[in-house]
Design a binder for this molecule. Structure first.
Ligand code: G3P
Length: 223
């Protein structure tokens, strides 16, 4: 995905399910076109295909399972996400943690399928450890700030700059995103000043009274 970037995670919010997922993704396309901003959307698994069919910005899965394709009822292997039109996937989000052995399996498999991986880490030690697995991106997101009113770039700027330093020291090929409480263009520009190449966010847009207005303000921070 083109950086700097805003990755909008729809999570399992009712405001972004089914037809509302398509509507929100179309708002992201409009803001992306108008602002020249790189915006990626991550709808629920059940909405990947319908969103990817409707929009031309990258669509990411929120998770994929470390199982082979085949007799795996109810599981979503990376091949299924690719077939649905996903360009990438989050992995190990603090709301959907993944065992280390699954990360070791999934990251190379996703890479071989052309699925970009944004591996999430809740702290610096985890971020540094995941860097050795060479995902394209690592997103540092302190769980206690997720969904809250204060951006990680304001509450814990040192965890963003620290993640950039330690991840790049462990693996210069990995780019860093940050997330948790990011809601304004200033939060986004601050993230970039701290060395991140983008942000992961959800409530600031999905739960906004006016998602288009909120996303437009956030996109100004990419400039
Ligand atoms: O995936 C990003 C998400 O965890 C951040 O959530 O609601 O703090 O923007 P939020």
């Amino acid at each position: 995905m083109r950086t700097p970037v805003i990755l909008l995670n729809f999570k399992a919010y009712p405001e972004a399910m089914g037809p509302k997922a398509v509507a929100l993704a179309k708002v992201a396309v409009e803001v992306s076109d108008r602002m020249g901003a790189s915006i990626v959307v991550a709808p629920a698994a059940t909405d990947i295909a319908r969103v990817a069919h409707e929009v031309r910005i990258p669509v990411f899965a929120q998770h994929v399972d470390a199982v082979e394709a085949g007799a795996r009822t109810g599981w979503v292997p990376p091949e299924a996400a690719t077939a649905a039109g996903a360009a990438g996937t989050l992995l190990n989000h603090s709301e959907r943690k993944v065992p280390r052995k699954d990360l070791e399996d999934l990251i190379p498999r996703c890479s071989a399928l052309g699925l970009e991986v944004v591996a999430c880490a809740g702290n610096l030690r985890e971020a540094e450890s995941i860097a050795g697995l060479s995902p394209e991106f690592i997103a540092i997101e302190p769980p206690e700030l997720i969904g809250g009113g204060v951006s990680v770039t304001k509450a814990k700027p040192e965890i963003v700059s620290g993640a950039v330093e330690r991840i790049h020291r462990a693996n210069p090929k990995v780019d860093v995103l940050c997330g948790a409480g990011v809601k304004t263009g200033r939060d986004v520009s601050r993230a970039i000043e701290l060395g991140a190449v983008g942000v992961l966010l959800a409530t600031g847009v999905v739960k906004a009274k006016d998602p288009r207005k909120a996303l437009t303000d956030l996109a100004k921070g990419l400039r």
